[in-house]
Design a protein around this ligand. Structure first.
Ligand code: F6R
Length: 602
């Protein structure tokens, strides 16, 4: 998982590229590199570290040339070191490229190239691409032909930015199963893994599809098919995100900014889907076999979706982690199946693979996605957008709650279409959903008390999160947020499971976070809380009932809402708690170790 950016125009290329890399750092941050070209000569600087560190250490802002490509890396093949950092080059030093993805057949190709006399410097799969192009160039009329022929031999995922010294006026960008978007400027062109990389300069974009490549000069661009070299007609889209939206807006971290954006983006998600949701519900109402596939936080949204569909539409979806789905359900999916894929980025490899399988089997595929134009939207038959805007923090926050809002709307409309719930109740639930952004605003007022609470918990090494019914996914998601950014071990489970094993781990002072909204299982939850408390647990209860006060060490009061809507306001304090614990423990919550924003490899 990596970020790439390329520039050609009249500006100093290294400056544009470094700025872009900074905005792409969420995609990977173990090493950084830039290549520029001036007077037919390539200038390369690369090394281990964050963008800021490498810029400073290697003086990346002092590179000549008005065209170039850059890379921020998250290692897959080859440990993070200076040699494995991109750009990678061929033997002649005339071809340099940056790569996001994984080449699965790189070992065979490398062997073949070594036999032909090529010498390799790095352990990366990327380097073979440069040598393969060099090899093909020997028998090709043009560089473009050689590029195509070489890339057609690759198996795997690749988004590339390529520069060749002998063609001084152009850059090449390629996409296959890793994102790549062109930025169309006036007298300048960009190519990058994601729009914020060049949004400062242009908001006119062209999304490449799989097996497409672009040839760009400073005044022109053309997209072609890799297989045939034939030109493809592409639409130039205008992205409405402002640069400010993609930056921190005064918050110390993107994650905190994104947590605070939730009331606004929830309103956007609700308004943005109000008109389209009815038609989508009608389209999918006839399917009885429903699967929900997703990974990580999006998977937790899927679990909430299951409760909503069951309760409101009397449909029981199978929710499966997308990496498992492909292997377990292949023979069960057919034309009567509906597969709902939930993915913020729209680029998660496992989720895309599950979607492609579903399509092959003739199923209807609905995607719930945040990133407009992402791969998932192009595979799906139907797409609902979460309208959350760019999410830079690696931990998903606002994209999760907007996924929940969209799923709630969908379940309500499905129930309406199928006549499975009382219309009066559905209308009331819809009204309450429209009020949820205000409730989230109230919950955000708990930020300071949550920070205080975190101070007393920062030395703890184990947390338990318990919920019941629709609160179980909240317990799982609360635990995931804590794990990924504070590095504290946390377990989420149904409260009923506690005494079937995990209770053995409860001892004096172990924090137990109880998701305890009012509802039919409230009394049972109180019983579970008592069990944990009797073993010395430190109880942090979330709920609206006064009865929680007597059993909890810390009470996080959440305004009363319909039980089906609780997953949205209840996760917000858990996001904040995880955030403060991460910061208090000296971690950067925006860049958790070992993780990257979109997992574009399986
Ligand atoms: C956790 C997190 C991940 C993602 C997962 C799926 O905070 O962000 O667990 O939810 O990698 O990503 P998308 O939704 O982009 O498919």
């Amino acid at each position: 998982m990596c970020g790439i950016i390329g520039y050609i125009g009249d500006r100093k290329a290294c400056e544009v590229i470094v700025k872009g890399l900074k905005r792409l750092e969420y995609r990977g941050y173990d090493s950084v590199g830039v290549v520029t070209e001036s007077n037919g000569k390539l200038y390369i600087k690369k090394g281990v570290g964050s963008v800021d560190e490498v810029v400073e250490r290697l003086n990346l802002l002092d590179m000549p040339g008005k065209r170039g490509v850059g890379h921020t890396r998250w290692a897959t093949h080859g440990v993070p070191n200076d040699i494995n950092a991109h750009p990678q080059m061929d033997c002649t030093g005339k071809i340099a490229l940056v790569h996001n993805g994984i080449i699965e057949n790189f070992a065979e190709l490398k062997e073949e190239l070594v036999e032909k006399g090529h010498t390799f410097e790095s352990d990366t799969d990327t380097e073979i691409i440069a040598h393969l192009i060099e090899e093909e160039l020997k028998s090709s009329e043009t560089f473009e032909d050689a590029l195509r022929k070489a890339l057609l031999r690759l198996k795997g995922s690749f988004a590339l930015g390529v520069i060749y010294t002998e063609e001084p006026d152009r850059l090449y960008f390629v996409r296959n199963e890793s994102p790549l978007v062109l930025g169309i400027g006036n007298g300048e062109m960009f190519g990058a893994s994601d729009v914020p990389a060049f949004l400062e300069y242009t908001n006119r974009v062209v999304f490449l599809d799989d097996m497409e490549y672009a040839v760009v000069t400073k005044n022109s661009w053309v997209v072609k098919r890799l297989e045939t070299g034939e030109e493809v007609r592409k639409e130039v889209k205008t992205v409405e995100w402002t640069l400010e939206m993609a930056e921190k807006a005064g918050f110390p971290h993107f994650m905190l900014k994104e947590i605070y954006e939730q009331p606004r983006v929830l309103r956007d998600a609700i308004h943005g889907n109000a008109k389209v949701i009815g038609d989508v519900a009608k389209e999918i109402a006839k399917y009885n076999k429903i699967f929900i596939v997703a990974m990580g936080t999006s998977y937790h949204a899927g679990l909430v979706g299951k409760y909503l569909f069951q309760r409101l539409a009397k449909k029981v979806p199978i929710v499966e982690d997308a990496s498992e789905f492909r292997y377990e359900f292949e023979n069960l999916i057919d034309e009567d199946s509906l597969v709902i894929a939930i993915t913020q980025s729209g680029e998660t490899a496992d989720t895309l693979a599950a979607m492609k399988l579903a399509k092959r089997k003739g199923a209807k595929v609905l995607a719930i996605v945040n990133v407009v134009g992402s791969m998932a939207t192009r595979i799906a038959d139907l797409t609902l957008y979460t309208h959350a805007g760019p999410e830079i923090g690696v931990a998903a926050t606002k994209t999760y709650t907007t996924q929940l809002a969209v799923l709630t709307m969908l379940a309500i409309e499905l129930a309406r279409t199928l006549g499975t719930a009382d219309e009066e109740y559905l209308t009331k639930l819809e009204e309450s959903l429209r009020g949820i952004p205000d409730i989230v605003e109230e919950v955000l007022n708990l930020n300071e008390p949550l920070r205080e609470l975190a101070k007393g918990l920062k030395e703890k090494e184990n947390f338990f999160y318990i919920g019941r019914g629709i609160g179980v996914p909240t317990a799982l998601e609360g635990a995931l947020k804590l794990k990924e950014i504070s590095y504290i071990h946390a377990e989420g489970l149904s409260a009923g499971e506690l005494k079937h094993g995990p209770l053995a781990l409860i001892e004096e002072g172990v924090p137990v976070v109880a998701i305890a909204p009012s509802g039919k299982t409230f009394d049972k939850m109180l019983g579970n809380v008592e069990e944990a408390k009797a073993r010395g647990a430190y109880i942090i209860a979330l709920g609206s009932s006064e009865r929680l006060r007597g059993v909890s060490d810390a009470l996080i009061e959440i305004p009363e809402v319909d039980e089906l809507l609780t997953p949205i306001p209840y996760i917000v304090p858990l996001q904040l708690l995880a955030y403060h614990l991460a910061v208090l423990r000296g971690n950067d919550p925006d860049k958790p170790r070992n993780l990257a924003k979109s997992v574009t490899v399986e």
